[in-house]
Design a protein around this ligand. Structure first.
Ligand SMILES: Cc1cc2nc3c(=O)[nH]c(=O)nc-3n(C[C@H](O)[C@H](O)[C@H](O)COP(=O)(O)OP(=O)(O)OC[C@H]3O[C@@H](n4cnc5c(N)ncnc54)[C@H](O)[C@@H]3O)c2cc1C
Length: 389
C-alpha cells in the first residue's frame, strides 16, 4: 500500500510514532493537531523494553539511548519507614533479559525526537491548529473537517486524539470517560536538591494506604520526576497542567517518609501540577471502514503499570507493519485489531487491578509480591517489530 495518503488526527506520542512508521512503509502522512504549538507536558515517562523494541523498529534506537536514563532495578518502599517491601529485576540488565533497555525519559524529549524524525521525512507532514470536528467516508476515501474551516481528504484516517477522542465519538458515539476518584500530582525537581533521597540506578515507589508516590531520574541524573496518586472524591478537572500548591501536595502526603516530603518541598514554585484520572471500558471494535483508532483513543488506561504510552507506541509499530503487509486498508485494520485488541484489553484491565492492589492493601502485604505488576505479568516479553501480524 505504498503511496497511499493517511490522515492522522493528534500529534501526541501515539500519532507521531504511527506517522513515522507509516512514512517508513512508503505512505504519505498528514498529521493534524488541534494545538497551535507542538509539544508535550513537562513530565517523565517510563519506556519499558516492549516499547523500546517498537521505537527501535521505528528508527529511534540511537535517540532513545542518548536522551534517556536507564534504571537497573526498581523497588517498593514503605510509605513511613522507607523499608524496602519488594525489589524488581534483581539480576542482569533489562537489555540482557528482554533484548531492549528500560528507559526513563522526559516526555518532551521523546516527543521532539518523534516530531523531528517525521519532519525529516516530510517537512510539511505536521499541521497545527487543525482541530478535528467531523468526517465522512465513501468507499474511495475519508474527508475530515476541522474547526479552522479546512477539509482534508485521504485514503484512510487514524484517530490518535487521546482520552476524549473526537474520532472515537464520531465512530461509536459520545460516551464520556468515568472519573476514577483518583487524583495525580506531578512535579520536577533539580536533582541536586534531592540527591540524598535517590538511588541513581533504582527507580522507586513509596506505597501507603490509598496513595502511592513514585520518583525517578531524568536527563542524565539532573532532574527528578515524581508522581503521587491519591484517592479523593472532591475534584474532577481533567488536564495535565492545572497548577497545585506545595501545601496541598504536602497535606496529601502528611506523615510520609522524609524523602517524599523533601522532594515535594524542593519542587520549584510553578512546577507542581495536578490532574484527575479517568477511565473507559475496553472498546469491542476500533474500526469502521477506512478509519481506525490508536493509543488512548482506542484504549485509555490508568497509569499504575506505566503502560499507556507504551501501548500507543506498540500500536503504532504494529499498525504500520499491517499497512505495509496488507493489500487494502480493510485487511490492514482487521490484522491490526487481531494483533492488538487482546493485549491492550489485558493491560487496561490489569492496570486497573494494579491500582486496586496499590491502594486497597496495607503496604506490608506487598512484601509477599514478587515485584510490581508489569514484571509478574510478563508484559516486557513482547517485540512489536517481530510479533506475527
Ligand atoms: C499520571 C500518568 C502517568 C503516566 N505515565 C506513563 C508512563 O510512565 N509510561 C507510559 O507508557 N504511559 C504513561 N501514561 C499514559 C500516557 O501518558 C498515555 O497513554 C499517552 O500519552 C497516550 O498517547 P496518545 O498519543 O494516544 O494520546 P495523547 O498523548 O493524549 O495525545 C493526543 C493528541 O491529540 C490531540 N488532539 C486531541 N483532540 C484533538 C482533535 N479533536 N483534533 C486534533 N488533535 C486533537 C491532543 O492535543 C494531543 O496532542 C501516564 C498517564 C498518566 C495520566
Amino acid at each position: 500500500m505504498r503511496n497511499q495518503t493517511i490522515l492522522v488526527i493528534g500529534a501526541g506520542i501515539g500519532g507521531l510514532s504511527f506517522a513515522l512508521g507509516a512514512q517508513r512503509a512508503g505512505c504519505r502522512v498528514i498529521v493534524c493537531e488541534a494545538a497551535s504549538q507542538l509539544g508535550e507536558v513537562g513530565a517523565g515517562l517510563t519506556v519499558s523494553p516492549n516499547a523500546t523494541h517498537a521505537l527501535e523498529f521505528l528508527g529511534l534506537g540511537e535517540a532513545m539511548a542518548r536522551l534517556s536514563d536507564r534504571p537497573e532495578s526498581g523497588a517498593g518502599y514503605h510509605y513511613k519507614t522507607g523499608e524496602i517491601l519488594y525489589r524488581t529485576q534483581t539480576s542482569g540488565s533489562f537489555k540482557a533479559k528482554y533484548g531492549a533497555d528500560y528507559y526513563q525519559i522526559h516526555r518532551a524529549d521523546l516527543h521532539d525526537a518523534l516530531a523531528a524524525a517525521v519532519r525529516a521525512n516530510d517537512p510539511n507532514a505536521i499541521r497545527l491548529t487543525h482541530h478535528f470536528v467531523g468526517m465522512e467516508q465513501t468507499d474511495k476515501g475519508v474527508t475530515a473537517t476541522f474547526s479552522n474551516g479546512q477539509t482534508i481528504t485521504a485514503d484512510a484516517l487514524i484517530g490518535c486524539d487521546g482520552l476524549r477522542s473526537g474520532v472515537r465519538s464520531v465512530l461509536f458515539g459520545n460516551e464520556n470517560p468515568r472519573f476514577t476518584g483518583q487524583v495525580s500530582f506531578r512535579g520536577m525537581v533539580p536533582a541536586d536538591l534531592v540527591r540524598h533521597c535517590m538511588v541513581p540506578t533504582r527507580s522507586g515507589v513509596f506505597v501507603g494506604p490509598s496513595r502511592i508516590f513514585t520518583r525517578y531520574f531524568l536527563r542524565n541524573l539532573t532532574l527528578v520526576n515524581f508522581v503521587g496518586i491519591c484517592k479523593t472524591d472532591s475534584w474532577k478537572e481533567e488536564g495535565w497542567s492545572t497548577p497545585a500548591t506545595t501545601e496541598e501536595v504536602l497535606a496529601e502526603f502528611e506523615g510520609w517518609h522524609e524523602c517524599v516530603q523533601t522532594i515535594i518541598k524542593a519542587t520549584p514554585p510553578g512546577k507542581l501540577f495536578k490532574w484527575a484520572l479517568f477511565d473507559r471500558d475496553p472498546l469491542p471494535v476500533w474500526t469502521k471502514g477506512r478509519v481506525t483508532l490508536l493509543g488512548d483513543a482506542a484504549h485509555p488506561m490508568l497509569p499504575f503499570l506505566g503502560m499507556g504510552a507504551a501501548m500507543a507506541i506498540e500500536d503504532a509499530a504494529i499498525l504500520a507493519r499491517c499497512i505495509a503487509a496488507a493489500g487494502t486498508f480493510e485487511e490492514a485494520f482487521a490484522r491490526y485489531e487481531t494483533a492488538r485488541k487482546e493485549r491492550t484489553t489485558y493491560v487496561l484491565l490489569k492496570s486497573r487491578a494494579q491500582g486496586e492492589l496499590y491502594q486497597s492493601r496495607t503496604p506490608e502485604n506487598l512484601k509477599s509480591e514478587s515485584g510490581t505488576g508489569e514484571f509478574r505479568l510478563g508484559l516486557f516479553d513482547y517485540n512489536p517489530g517481530t510479533v506475527p501480524v
